[in-house]
Each structure stands twice: as C-alpha cells, then as structure tokens.
Write a protein that binds this ligand. Structure first.
Ligand SMILES: [Zn+2]
Length: 569
C-alpha cells in the first residue's frame, strides 16, 4: 500500500507520496500536522487513476510465465504499445512526423543495400506496403539496479528520426538535400523516441539465463506479430518490422548465444583462438588474422560463410533478416566501439607519447583550457591528468580513465588541435606524426557521419569510410612503431575489428550505390541514456516487484513526453 498525503492550505495543495506505514503518518497528525489529509491507495488503483487523468500511458502490462518460481514476469507487448500510439493518432512519431514517402524511400534504398533480405519478398508479394511499413530497431542493455546489480532493459525504437545538431547545421541552407538524406534518431527526449518492453533483474535470469531466454522468445513472438499482422491505423493495416538488433557485444552474446564473440580474444601475444572473435566473420580463427587494418583483409571472404551459433536464435528464426548473412541482424555499435573503446585507447596512449617531448600533463592543461573555453565546452572528467589518462608510469599501458563518451570526442579534437600547434615537433617524430594523422582522420570521419544524416550520399559515405580506415591504418603504424621501440602503448582490441567491418562496409556500399546507411543509425548513445533512466527508476521502487514497478513508473514517465496534451491538471 502507498499512502498519498495531501497537505491542505488555504489556497494551494501540496501533494506528496510516502511509503511510510499508516500508523506513522497518523503519528504526524497527532504531532500537529492538523491540516494533513490522507488518502491510502494501492499501487494498481493509483496507476488506474494516473491513466484516467492522462498521467500514465493506458497500455496493459502482460504477465509472462517464464518458469520463474516467484511469479510471472511483466511485459509491455510491442503490439499493445504501438496499437496504443496508433489509437492516439501518433504513429507518425515513428517516422519523424514526415510524409509517408519517407518510408517508401527508405525501403527502396534498403532493398538495394540488402537485396537478399527476406522482407523484400513480402513487399514483392504485396503482403506489406512500403509506405505503411515502419522500420524499427531492437535494443537491449543491462542497467545498474539496486545494490549495483545488473538489470536487463529491452526497448525498441524507429530508425528514422529527427536528426541531430550537426545534421541540422550542415543542411541548414539545403532543405531538399536534407530531406533526401533524412535524420538519424539522436534528437529529442529519449522517452519520446525509445519505447520500453521489459526489464528483468539479474536475480530473475534463472540458471544459465533460461528465464531471460524465454522472455526474449515471448518478445520475438510478439515482434513477429507486429511484422506480419501489424496494427490497424485509421482502418489501414500497417506493419512494423524489426530490421536489426543493436547494443553492445555482451547483449548480442546473450541474445544470440554466440559461439564466436569478443570473449574469445587471445590474452597473450601469439595465443591462438579456436572459435574466432567476431560473429560476422571468421576473424581470430587460424589463417584469419584480425589485427591487419588493410583494405582487403584476409577475413573478408569469410564474412557470412559460417553462422556464429549452434542453434538459430528465436529472433532470427521469427523475424526478417538478410538471408545471405543472418548474423548481420546483430549490428555492431559504432559508439561503443569508438567512443568507449578504440578512441579511449588511442587518446590515452597518444597523450603519454606526447609526454616524451612535453614535460608533464600540466603543460597540456593550459592550451587545453583555452581551447575548451573558446569552444564553450567542458570535459566531464574535468582535466587531462595522470588519473584521467589512466597511467601510473611510462612503462605501463595507459588505459584511459574517463567514462563519458562525449569526452572522447572532445579529447580527440583537442589532440588534433594540439598536434597542429606543435606541428614542427610532430613532423620530426614518427610516432607523433602518426598520432596527428590518426586524430585528423578520425575527427573528419566522425564529423562527416554526424553531418550526413541517416542516408549518406556517395561523397559523405566515401569520406567517412576512407578517413575511418585511414585512422585504423595509422593506428596500425603506431602499434608497430611502439612495439619496435619496446613501449607498451596502443592496445589492439576486438572493437578495432568491429570498426574495420563498419568502415569497410560503408566504403563498399558508397562505391556501389547512391546511398549507404549511416552507421550512426544503429548506434546506441540515446538508448544508453534511456537505460540509465530505467536503472534510476528501478533503484527507487521496492525490491520485491522491481520489474513491474519499473514498468509502471515508465508508463507514467513516458506519458509526460508522449501525451502531454492529455494530462488533466
Ligand atoms: Zn569480423
């Protein structure tokens, strides 16, 4: 039971909630809070009241029997969620409130990129109509719940979005080109663009995650209904297929029970990995080295030859995917790979290498502060220091101690600026020269990707891909130079291999087709923010019904952003 406390004053009411037991609240009354009025309600009836007055989305929460002995698991079924949006006449939010031509354009370009995707058969057979079919993405990640325990959060969101700031600025004088490129989904409140389906605390995963698997299976069944039966929108049938799963590698490994993934990477130099490190190709297996960042790597012919699972995952069996390489359903995430992986490793090692010619971190501070002030930006990690760069001594491998991905973007741009300011020194030192080359290329690649929109024309696509590949090649030079100098710098992790896939694919697509899909379309920075919010929700509800209460809180929170006009205040 929850006690709702109303404190009445002559002209205004303050409404508050407390989890205190009734007896204690009555004690407050005896202590002199004479104008306090109490209404005691159960959570379910409170949610019903919230729904009645427009303070929560009126969507049913289904109870799924996954075998968890302590009860049923709650889920907001995708079919229920999207049917509710359609009922509110808000389905256009799923394609950034544009004309439905944006959908036909999407599918025409998608068919060129993925001719073997089974969804094309549905369009040809007439069972789905492109201008009434909205492409969605599935995302999952573990949030930090009570006592820092993980909690799986699974959501869907449209791939067509409102763009981002760099895209708006770049196309500000070219509305037709802006319209052609379309926007990625990086703008707007995450509660208005990401939609929750279930959360599951780790204690409920079951032995070998069997209950979590059943939950995913149930979700896959409902997503299959969404793509085949669809929903009714103003008397017409619309379909909402999931075209890819996004998230970090850990999520893919759980979802697909992958036999080849990053956990199989060799920990020592020369150690062989039997299974391979990548779900997309055979990299890491014998004769398929993955550390060579060249235009035609040896692993390239192995892409799509061998599936990375023993048993086909439920999602792949039930949903449309590229039949020529079904593993591409699990899209590598650019943001994790670069901003929280390769970029961090690069900056930390590059700064330490600069310390050979710049006496100490403090000498980087002054130009760094001036540069940040001129741009009106700030670092979350506050400064460049031994702690933030994560190095104890010049003999050890620096790890990069900051947590925010946006810091990586800023630090990479600062590094380029710093190299330009000390160009004479950089030109005279091979390692510092390649640091400069790598920083310049990756910054240009990132800027191009953010400017370009959801669909990159050949110019944008090629620039982003070639510069990205140049970064990897420069990094490869840095690795070998430092190895020769016997210094522990510039580590190579599987995230570099994923970037290699992403940039090579973009280069090939930009060379062959007029439009290539931007890798930022499937990157997850906004989803991470969404997962963070759900983590906070879960830490503020009781420990017994965490999953259900988190979903109920979400329905109330989402209503603020999705249906503010229905709130009866
Ligand atoms: Zn690979």
């Amino acid at each position: 039971m929850v006690q709702v406390v109303l404190t009445g004053v002559s002209v205004a009411y303050k409404i508050g909630f407390t989890h205190d037991p009734l007896e204690r609240v009555q004690g407050y009354l005896q202590d002199g809070y004479s104008r306090m009025h109490l209404i005691s309600v159960s959570v379910s009836s409170l949610l019903a009241k919230f729904k009645e007055f427009g303070f929560a989305l009126d969507i049913p929460i289904s109870k799924i029997d996954v075998g968890y002995p302590k009860g049923l698991m709650p889920m907001i079924r995708p079919t229920d969620f999207y049917a509710h949006l359609a009922g509110l006449d808000k389905i256009s939010l799923l394609y950034a409130e544009q004309d439905t031509q944006v959908l036909s354009k999407f599918w025409a370009r998608f068919a060129v990129l993925e001719p073997w995707n089974t969804i094309n058969d549905s369009f040809e057979a007439g069972t789905m109509v492109p201008e009434r079919t909205i492409p969605l993405l599935l995302h999952g990640d573990e949030a930090r719940s009570r006592k820092h325990l993980p909690m799986m959060v699974v959501n869907t969101h449209p791939i067509i979005g409102y763009g981002c700031k760099a895209y708006e600025n770049w196309f500000s004088d070219a509305p037709l080109m802006k319209n052609q490129a379309g926007g990625v989904s990086l703008k707007g409140s995450v509660l208005a663009t990401r939609f929750l389906h279930f959360v599951m605390p780790k204690k409920c995963y079951g032995p070998d995650s069997v209950f979590l698997d059943r939950m995913f299976d149930e979700l896959a069944k409902d997503l299959a209904r969404l793509q085949t039966e669809g929903i009714q929108v103003n008397g017409e049938r619309w379909h909402l297929p999931i075209i890819a799963a996004t998230g970090d590698w850990q999520f893919f490994a759980k979802l697909g029970r992958l036999t080849r993934c990053y956990t199989h990477v060799s920990k020592r130099s020369g150690q062989k990995t039997l299974n391979g490190i990548c779900h997309l190709c055979c990299a890491g297996q014998a004769n398929y080295p993955w550390e060579d960042f060249v235009d035609a790597p040896l692993w390239m012919p192995s892409v799509g030859t061998e599936e990375p699972w023993e048993q086909t995952p439920s999602l792949i069996r039930r949903l449309h995917c590229d039949s020529s390489n079904r593993a591409t359903f699990f899209r590598p995430d650019f943001w994790h790979c670069l901003h929280l992986g390769a970029g961090k490793a690069f900056i930390a090692s590059a700064v330490v290498e600069w310390l050979r010619v710049v006496p100490g971190c403090s000498d980087l501070q002054s130009p760094h502060y001036t540069w940040l002030t001129n741009r009106n930006e700030k670092l979350y990690c506050r400064c460049i220091s031994e702690t933030t760069m994560g190095f104890d001594s010049l003999q050890k491998l620096p790890s990069g101690g900051w947590q925010k991905a946006s810091d990586t973007t800023l630090l990479m741009e600062f590094l380029e600026h710093f190299c330009e300011c000390h160009s004479e020194v950089a030109r005279g030192d091979a390692i510092l020269h390649w640091v400069w080359v790598a920083a310049t290329n990756i910054n240009l690649s990132i800027r191009t990707l953010y400017q370009g929109g959801l669909w990159l024309d050949q110019h944008h696509g090629r620039t982003a891909a070639v510069c990205g590949l140049n970064f990897l090649k420069a990094y490869g030079h840095l690795v070998s130079l430092c190895l020769r100098a016997d210094r522990d710098r510039f580590p190579v992790t599987p995230k570099f291999h994923m970037l290699h896939h992403l940039f090579l694919e973009l280069k090939i697509n930009s060379g062959k087709h007029s439009w290539a899909l931007n890798m930022l379309g499937t990157s997850v920075q906004q989803d991470e923010t969404f997962v963070g919010i759900l983590g906070r929700h879960s830490r503020r509800v009781g420990p017994v019904h965490t999953a259900l209460r988190s979903l109920q809180r979400y329905l109330a929170h989402a209503a603020e952003h999705l249906t503010p006009e229905f709130r009866q205040v």
